[in-house]
Write a protein that binds this ligand. Structure first.
Ligand SMILES: O=C(O)CCC(=O)C(=O)O
Length: 262
């Protein structure tokens, strides 16, 4: 009997996940792409799925950026995508300081080490959330399965009520991916996780979700193959900038189309 790839993914989802993960992450690659002078940040991301850099931007820089982003959102209305937040993809093209954040060389080095392939910033998103019950990212998900990297800076103080980034620590690690697939009956390459499936993982004691509350100017580097979400907004507002990094070979017109950018 001959098994097709699709059949294997459906009938043996954990074995298929394991194979594709191990193909992507050879020990030689992990050593070769260790992040150089950023290796301690890379190690934290590889272990926990994220790392925080407090005071990456000063409060005055955040205040100034916020005002300019609000103005740009009014001037460039056709660029805005409305979800429960206002989203402006590619905002770096309109503002020099946001472009400097976008091109941050530390993040570029870490991105290649996390993605295990030469990677670059594709675009930066300004997100502005000010509706109660709205959230950034629309529920629990993984962006990718094998590794994926983002750099997000808060431009407002983000407390528990202001929709902080929330992550299931270490959920990007292969042993946890496999365990969670079995426990919550997750499919091969399942990107979106309904609350009920996440609840199963929490109730089993596998995770204590981490709410990343922090003051304006804090940078969060994260491997977005971890299970994460923007937690639901209860009050106030949240503004942030998120740079999306991809392997260089993926950056091109098709990628920009996926994000509705022309
Ligand atoms: O902005 C956040 O807190 C979460 C964003 C998110 O889910 C993502 O960038 O994939």
């Amino acid at each position: 009997m001959i098994f097709s790839k699709e059949h294997i993914k459906k009938s043996f989802p954990r074995a298929a996940t394991c194979l594709s993960y191990l193909r992507h992450r050879s020990p030689a690659k992990l050593v070769r792409m260790s992040g150089g002078e950023c290796s301690s940040l890379v190690q934290s991301i590889r272990k926990y799925g994220y790392v925080l850099r407090p005071d990456f931007l000063s409060r005055s820089a955040c205040d100034a950026m916020r005002s300019r982003i609000q103005a740009l959102m009014e001037q460039q209305e056709e660029q805005i995508q409305i979800r429960s937040d206002k989203r402006f993809f590619g905002i770096e093209k309109f503002d020099q300081e946001i472009m400097a954040f976008h091109l941050n060389s530390e993040a570029q080095k870490i991105a290649s080490a996390v993605n295990l392939a030469p990677s670059s910033a594709a675009f930066t998103l300004a997100g502005w959330l000010n509706t109660v019950d709205g959230s950034s990212g629309e529920g629990w998900h993984r962006d990718g399965f094998l590794s994926q990297f983002k750099a997000m800076v808060y431009l407002t103080d983000v407390g528990e009520d202001n929709g902080p980034f929330e992550i299931l620590e270490k959920s990007h690690q292969l042993r946890h991916i496999l365990r969670d697939m079995g426990a919550a009956d997750l499919d091969f390459s399942q990107y979106r996780l309904p609350d009920e499936q996440v609840r199963i993982l929490i109730d089993k004691g596998y995770y204590q979700p981490r709410l990343l509350t922090a003051k304006a100017g804090t940078l969060v580097y994260f491997d977005s193959s971890s299970i994460h979400r923007g937690s639901p907004m209860k009050a106030g507002e949240r503004m942030s900038l998120t740079t999306y990094f991809f392997e260089n070979t993926r950056i091109g017109p098709e990628l920009f189309r996926q994000f509705n950018m022309t």
